[in-house]
Design a protein around this ligand. Structure first.
Ligand code: DAH
Length: 349
């Protein structure tokens, strides 16, 4: 019997020698370990063996089975390695980290901001930054927005008074802080920091007490622009914005300035655009941003002579641009961190 078992081990090793794929391996396995396999047949013979010899028989059988299984296992490993090598053309190094499916990337709002900034850089604008927590003076007063202006309304603005809390004293009105409601405050910070001529673009986060819906968020992003020099005219404003919007949305873009009102620009305009590839209707004008000529009062407040200096300013929402560029209909997608949304718009860094 021992002889028979040894013969089966040898048979297994010999037959596996010429096996080149998984299907053939399965066949060889069936001839030995399958229901009608040679080892199974021997095992079935246990009934015909005298009782006292059965334990020894069982042990020998198990030893052989284990030995055979080892042989099959190592044969399968080498078949698979060969197949991998053929498929990959190179040896597999199992110590290497797995190939990454997702390499990470930048947020769609970051991509949009970079795109916008890079367009303005081409025409000599530099990036300016300022704090998100501002005094009321920078956010409103210096921008010719008086105390009773609705933009300051507690409905719109997030006020906070850190010193007052620490010192447990009543904050003086003129020292009240707000989370900036727009990036226009950077106009004033820049004009006080640098003397004109000045060309800045100021992207950043803004805050309002807005109720969140498909087009509003209490936390959003804008890019401010400011150009102050001698003899700047509305023609310069229109030229710069046309260039920007064509670079951003494509050459077919048409723009128009529509009279509007902002406290810090005079005259003020809304910029509308239309293009066949934008929006649902190709002949529809879409409002995209606000702009205007810097109000002489604002220049006066930062001690610039309005007779010598003129300029234009503009403000544009980054979410709005990203929504138009990608056809997104709900601003909340930008903040939900849903991987399915982000990976659709992901661009490698
Ligand atoms: N600050 C305005 C807002 O948040 C946008 C704006 C309009 C900025 C006109 C400007 C401008 O610089 O000239 O709605």
């Amino acid at each position: 019997m021992e002889k028979n078992l040894q013969a089966i081990v040898e048979e297994a090793a010999k037959n596996l020698d010429s096996v080149a794929n998984r299907a053939d391996w399965d066949n060889v396995k069936a001839t030995i370990l399958g229901p009608n396999g040679s080892l199974t047949q021997i095992a079935k013979g246990i009934g015909g063996i005298p009782k006292e010899d059965r334990p020894a028989f069982g042990q020998a059988l198990n030893r052989t089975k284990k030995e055979i299984e080892e042989i099959f296992k190592s044969s399968l490993t080498s078949i698979e390695q060969k197949a991998d090598l053929e498929a990959l053309g190179t040896e597999v190094d199992p110590t290497l980290p797995p190939p990454a499916n997702f390499t990470g990337g930048t947020h769609p709002l970051t991509n949009t901001r970079r795109k916008m900034v890079s367009i303005f850089r081409k025409i000599g604008f530099t990036v300016a930054e300022a704090t998100e927590a501002e005094t009321e003076w920078f956010c409103f007063d210096a921008l010719n927005t008086p105390e009773d202006h609705p933009a300051r309304d507690e409905q719109d603005t997030l006020f906070f008074t850190p010193e007052a809390k620490w010192n447990n004293i009543k904050q003086k009105k003129e020292e009240a802080y707000v989370l900036r409601t727009h990036t226009s405050s950077v106009q004033i910070r820049s004009l006080l920091r640098e003397k004109p001529p000045l060309r800045i673009i100021a992207p950043g986060r803004c805050f309002r007490r807005d109720t969140v819906d498909a087009t509003h968020s209490a936390n959003f992003h804008q890019t401010e622009g400011l150009y102050v020099d001698r003899k700047v005219t509305i023609k310069d404003l229109k030229g710069v914005l046309d260039f920007f919007l064509k670079e951003l949305f494509g050459d077919q873009v048409e723009t128009r300035l529509r009279p509007s009102f902002f406290p810090f620009t005079e005259p003020s305009f809304e910029v509308d655009l239309r293009a066949p590839n934008i929006g649902k209707l190709s002949d529809q004008w879409i409002e995209i941003m606000g702009c205007g000529m810097v109000d002489p009062k604002v220049l006066g407040l930062v001690e610039l002579d309005p007779e010598e200096w003129t300029g234009f300013a503009f403000g544009i929402g980054i979410e709005r641009v990203a929504m138009i560029l990608h056809g997104i209909d709900d601003i909340r997608h930008f903040y939900n961190n849903d991987f399915r949304f982000l990976t659709q718009l992901n661009q490698p860094t």
